[in-house]
Unconditional design. Sequence first.
Length: 203
Amino acid sequence: METPAREIHGGVKFRTEFLSAAAPADARLEELKAWCAEFHKRNFAPPYGEFSQGNLSFRIRPGGDAFVISGSQVGWKDRLTDDKFVTVQNCDLQNGIVYANGTRDPSSESMLHFAIYRARKDVQAVFHGHSREILLCVNKLNLSETREKAPYGSIELVRSVMEVLGDADFVLIRKHGFVSLGATMKEAGERAIETHRLCLQDG
Ligand SMILES: [Zn+2]
């Protein structure tokens, strides 16, 4: 297999155990869909073929482990239906198993979202996107960045983010993308937009 300079999201690297085929039934799903559309529009989830490279989630209940996340191998160009999203109930990081409700694999970075929610009870939304411009701003904006490049969807990538996360709300994943965190989806989304705006600003 060829290894491109910037690795693309090509499916999950964990095993999904489906607890049921139910799509998420949560009023906040519409807000999550709107943010997927916004990320698509701003090219924070650049399409690779027909699939968008990004994954967005929100925590279902404060303090709980469960979250709703975009599914693996979904394009965000068109209006998204509920079944393009998955509820992750739990993860076994050691053995690479994700326990979920839905009809498709949850996003390839589900283990990363899980680890962040576990470590940061203040975080209710985790938005992962890709942006060449933001990656180039690491020094200009003094952003936190993972120390080593790790393959997408891997436990090494989860560890590399957790290593530098601390109480930061925005972290660059080296040669890959970013995670933007928030107490609400609005906060996580607007943080990414604002960071990108500052990147493009002169001086
Ligand atoms: Zn990614």
